[in-house]
Design a protein around this ligand. Structure first.
Ligand code: HAM
Length: 402
């Protein structure tokens, strides 16, 4: 008998995992630079948290959740997204006021698997709670942009929009609903269903949106406070040099958003899976799940897609491969010294021939090969350079090459 990973899941193995590890390190680095400490919430939560938090009419909740009853009779759901869980944790902890958190881990949605769309996928996300100001929106967006840029996803576009709030959106949605009713016959079956349940989503539909010539736009119907907030977000993004495109058709797939909505789009990816990430402001989510009014903004990126956009595979993360002419025991001692000095070193533990060790080093495409000689010295070899050193001189020499 043989087993495979369940449909829509995959094993993360080298060499693909090299690019992941690099991206995860960059994520830790950027979130620390922006002052977002790590938070980790359970991978499963009460089903009702997502039904109430994410929205009972969203596709994520109605079609895509992995829900099960545990042995104690509780209805639990594998988290399809991170925001509801983080807000629950914030409320549970008794925290008040401004609060930041960054997370990274697996999420689950029952979707039709294809490149960039999986049933188990990995999100990197941040949430900034307790701050009403557009400064929080701009900071969060900048963080996502800087991370994606440094991760190598340069071919990307940031789309932003404001989708209003409880003061202005209901009247707009009603107007949109009436407009869509007038075009009912042109819409797909899904589109017609959305007229009743979530008319905004029709604007986001790749099938139906092109059929609509001049739908009313939310940005023409914002109340004064929402318009002002949106203007400030744009001014602040300009100030920190983040390029963006205003997209009045941008709406998000989860119900909790108010005001700012944004997406990072990967230019080289298929249209259906081109969102490297998305987020926005969600000022009412905390109340929806039983907490006090808590303005908030955040985003999540799909790491699977970020790695694809960044070009996929990376060379193995080693500074050097140690080839030993003295056997593996001596290599272990030399590697130990170098590793304690901060270098990333690997070597052969099986006592294979020097020729075989060189073959491994070349396959790994390491920038430096260190040959441990019979007399205990090290022959450091790079393309076009050769240097004889003592083991304890190697770290400084490697540093000098950077
Ligand atoms: P989302 O747009 O549903 O937002 O997901 C964010 C990102 O996760 C997507 O842009 C995509 O890159 C990735 N993603 C989603 N589903 C899949 C899938 N099936 N396979 C691969 N990647 C996927 C949220 O989840 C919100 N919680 C974001 C947020 C945080 N908003 C405020 N704070």
């Amino acid at each position: 008998m043989s087993f495979q990973p369940p449909k829509g899941t995959a094993d993360l193995m080298p060499p693909r995992s090299h690019a992941w590890r690099r991206a995860l390190k960059l994520w830790d680095d950027w979130t620390e630079r922006f002052g977002y400490p790590l938070v980790a919430t359970p991978i499963f939560e009460a089903t009702e948290l997502f039904e109430r938090g994410v929205g009972g009419t969203t596709e994520v909740v109605t079609k895509q959740m992995y829900t099960f009853t545990d042995k104690g009779g509780r209805s639990l759901t594998l988290r399809p997204e991170g925001t509801a869980g983080v807000v629950r944790a914030y409320l549970d902890s008794g925290a008040t006021g401004a609060w930041k958190g960054a997370y990274s881990g697996p999420f689950f949605r029952y979707e039709r698997p294809q490149k960039g769309r999986y049933r188990q996928f990995w999100q990197l996300g941040v949430e900034y709670l307790g701050v009403e100001s557009a400064v929080a929106d701009a900071e969060v967006i900048e963080l996502g942009y800087r991370f994606l840029e440094s991760a190598g996803a340069r071919e990307m576009a940031l789309h932003i929009n404001s989708i209003g709030d409880a003061a202005c959106r209901p009247a707009y949605v009603e107007q949109l609903r009436q407009y869509l009713e007038g075009h009912r016959d042109e819409l797909s079956e899904d589109g017609r269903r959305l007229i009743e349940t979530n008319p905004l989503r029709v604007l986001d539909s790749k099938v139906d949106r092109p059929k609509l010539a001049d739908p009313p736009l939310v940005t023409d119907h914002l109340c004064e406070a929402c318009r002002e907030h949106y203007e400030q977000v744009k001014v602040l993004l300009d100030a920190v040099g983040i390029p963006y495109t205003e997209d009045p058709y941008l709406v998000r797939g989860l119900d909790y958003y108010t005001r700012t909505a944004f997406e990072f789009l990967g230019i080289g990816l298929d249209a259906a899976q081109n969102a490297l990430g998305g987020g926005g402001r969600y000022d009412v989510l905390a109340e929806t799940i039983g907490g006090p009014h808590t303005p908030a903004v955040g985003f999540a990126l799909g790491l699977d897609r970020v790695v694809i956009a960044a070009g996929g595979e990376e060379a193995v993360g080693l500074d050097a491969y140690l080839v030993s002419e003295r056997g593996p025991g001596e290599a272990l001692a030399a590697a130990s010294q170098l590793r304690q000095a901060g270098l990333r070193i690997d070597f052969d533990a099986e006592g294979r021939s020097v020729k075989a060790q060189f073959r491994t080093a070349r396959r790994l495409e390491v920038p430096v090969i260190l040959v441990l000689k019979e007399d205990g010295s090290v022959d450091a070899q790079t393309e076009g350079e050769r240097q004889t050193l003592q083991v304890d001189e190697v770290p400084a020499w490697m540093e000098g090459r950077r």
